[in-house]
Design a protein around this ligand. Structure first.
Ligand SMILES: CC(=O)N[C@H]1[C@@H](OP(=O)(O)OP(=O)(O)OC[C@H]2O[C@@H](n3ccc(=O)[nH]c3=O)[C@H](O)[C@@H]2O)O[C@H](CO)[C@@H](O)[C@@H]1O[C@H](C)C(=O)N[C@@H](C)C(=O)N[C@H](CCC(=O)O)C(=O)O
Ligand SMILES: Nc1ncnc2c1ncn2[C@@H]1O[C@H](COP(=O)(O)OP(=O)(O)OP(=O)(O)O)[C@@H](O)[C@H]1O
Ligand SMILES: N[C@H](CCC[C@H](N)C(=O)O)C(=O)O
Ligand SMILES: [Mg+2]
Length: 509
């Protein structure tokens, strides 16, 4: 089952929340009108009729594809005792709370039902085009080193302590989110790191979360299928920094941690009223890295600025990972973690699944699986590969269907510019024709010296066949994913496994 198709079977918290509707409404700072006035006990808040249990307040959300109001009857049949609506639903004889914006009120009520679970947790929200998942994992390692009880939410999974739960979106919708925060509190979690996608910010999925530290990694092109322009994309991301609020609390200050080297840094600095800490590769940033030494197996640099100089040797590869480590280190420092714990964690973290992950092989060339699925991340990763490759670089790359079309030629162009041979293939074509996606990619190519292999497995095999001593193969775009979506079907597929199995088979030859 895929991340996109995953059924999050039941909500994580099993504690029965019980609040009278009137109690919840008393806290609601929005204008509403009651239809079929009544005061049932609410035990669940959900916007998905398929999740409804007895005692639910079902929130009717107008989505991009369907209108939740059309599922109100189904929710009632399953035991919903109240509805949150934007228009009256006829023939459903339960109390209906009519408001102007269901989504906004839904996150407020979910927060109230679960007794504001994030107010006394250290909440870190990370946004940016690339690096969010990586930074959450680095932070998890640091806080664990500091004996904290951690949870993380993001692209790969929801993790509470050592337990892993499947996740549908990088940043889930509010009823699931607040229930999960409740589950975290039940598990004694005190530090939660969450990726905050621009979609989530645009759709208000994180409203009501008491974010303590907001982190900005970088902003480059992606998701222009969803956000009309780069400005809209940036403005969505800026909302995380506005959510830090205006009140300065000297005892528990909130912070914005910002990549000072990013061309958009000033926008994010101006978006917040809270103290800002910048990080980067020059002395102009509050925390900076110098003396960077990159290799295929380790990265070394000196952390300086707001701390006394300390040398870090990490297994996270590439200059972009220096940025990720800086973001995590600045966040941890402002969370009160001593430098000794930060150093220990940066030096012990083995890597993040599907991010610059080396396929274990005894061959004299190497295969790297990486989640680069934007022009900038592909460029960064290929530049990193260039720094240590003695032979040729083979880049296996495709682009996702039903996603930003304008990044396709750019990614192909990056492939041809920074590698010796680009093998264009399929990523998750979804409902688009795989060949048509590849045609879009070809528009960005200047030479004719490339290979097309629509079948991703064959493309990986082809790259391995072509590679010789000292060469490096980069398989980009799908990283940790264990599936491929073709049409509306999902098939098992794992870049790492495909490469590994073929290498094993060849070794056996
Ligand atoms: C474009 C987008 O953001 N879509 C999200 C949106 O879907 P939608 O508006 O189409 O929802 P819909 O299907 O019309 O349903 C409307 C309402 O009816 C309800 N419903 C629907 C069917 C039913 O039988 N019963 C029922 O009650 C739904 O639960 C929903 O509340 O609301 C859904 C429920 O919250 C999300 O799962 C869905 O994410 C889809 C799966 C998606 O692909 N989103 C991607 C683009 C996304 O959000 N990606 C970012 C990461 C991007 C990145 O940085 O890489 C992410 O945070 O994951
Ligand atoms: N700081 C960075 N700057 C540029 N590229 C990066 C950075 N960190 C990671 N990358 C590249 O981006 C890819 C995705 O990294 P990661 O999963 O951490 O990002 P993300 O922001 O969580 O992505 P998504 O939006 O898909 O959730 C990596 O595989 C790597 O190629
Ligand atoms: N969160 C991103 C992931 C893209 C990963 C890539 N493999 C693809 O399917 O396009 C998205 O949904 O746009
Ligand atoms: Mg991510």
């Amino acid at each position: 089952m895929t991340r996109e198709e995953v059924e999050v079977e039941s909500y994580l918290s099993t504690e029965t929340m019980m609040k009278e509707l009137q109690t919840l409404l008393k806290e609601l700072p929005y204008v509403y009108r009651l239809i079929n006035d009544n005061n049932p006990i609410i035990t669940q808040i959900t916007a998905d009729s398929r999740e409804v249990k007895a005692g639910a307040l079902f929130c009717c959300v107008k989505g991009y594809t369907v209108d939740g109001h059309d599922f109100a009857k189904e929710a009632y049949a399953q035991g919903a005792v109240a509805l949150l609506v934007e228009r009256e639903v006829l023939d459903v004889p339960i109390v209906q709370i009519k408001v102007n914006d269901v989504f906004r009120v839904l996150s407020f009520l979910a927060n109230a039902l679960y007794s504001y679970p994030t107010n006394d947790m250290h909440m870190i929200g990370i946004t940016g085009t690339n690096g969010k998942t990586s930074v959450t994992y680095i932070l998890e390692e640091i806080f664990k080193q500091n004996q904290a009880r951690t949870a993380l939410i993001g692209t790969i999974q929801m993790k509470i302590g050592e337990k892993s739960y499947p996740i549908k979106n990088t940043t889930p919708e509010p009823s699931y989110l607040f229930n999960s925060f409740r589950a975290m509190k039940e598990a004694g979690v005190d530090h939660c790191m969450m990726e905050v996608s621009s979609h989530a910010l645009e759709e208000g999925r994180i409203r009501g979360i008491d974010i303590d530290i907001a982190v900005f990694t970088n902003l480059t092109q992606d998701h222009l299928d969803y956000h009309p322009t780069m400005t809209d994309y940036r403005l969505a991301k800026e909302r995380l920094f506005q959510q830090l609020g205006n009140r300065y609390d000297p005892q528990y200050p909130k912070y914005a941690i910002i990549n000072g080297d990013d061309p958009y840094a000033d926008y994010f600095i101006r978006a917040t009223s809270q103290p800002v800490v910048t990080y980067g590769l020059t002395k102009t940033s509050d925390l900076y890295a110098s003396d960077i030494k990159l290799s295929a197996t380790k990265t070394q640099f000196t952390l300086a600025g707001m701390v006394s100089d300390v040398t870090i040797t990490s297994r996270l590869i590439g200059r972009f990972n220096v940025y990720n480590m800086l973001a995590a280190a600045a966040t941890a420092l402002k969370s009160g973690v001593p430098m000794s714990d930060i150093k220990a964690a940066l030096e012990s973290i083995p890597g993040v699944k599907g991010r610059f992950q080396s396929v274990q092989t005894t061959r004299d060339y190497s295969v790297i699986v990486d989640y680069a699925h934007t022009p900038d991340s592909l460029k960064n990763v290929l530049e990193t590969v260039q720094t240590f490759t003695k032979g040729k670089i083979y880049c296996v790359v495709g682009c996702g269907g039903d996603r930003d079309k304008t990044k396709r030629p750019l990614m192909a162009h990056v492939g041809e510019t920074y590698s010796d041979m680009t093998i264009l293939t399929s990523d998750n074509p979804r409902t688009e024709e795989p060949e048509a996606i590849i045609k879009d990619m070809e528009q960005g190519l200047e030479t004719t010296d490339y290979v097309i292999e629509v079948d991703r497995k064959q493309a990986i095999h082809r790259a391995i066949d072509l590679a010789g001593p000292d060469d490096v193969i980069l398989i980009a775009g799908k990283g940790h994913e264990t599936y491929q979506i073709i049409g509306r079907e999902t098939y098992p597929f794992d870049d790492y496994q495909v490469a590994h199995d073929y290498l094993e088979q060849r070794l056996g030859d």
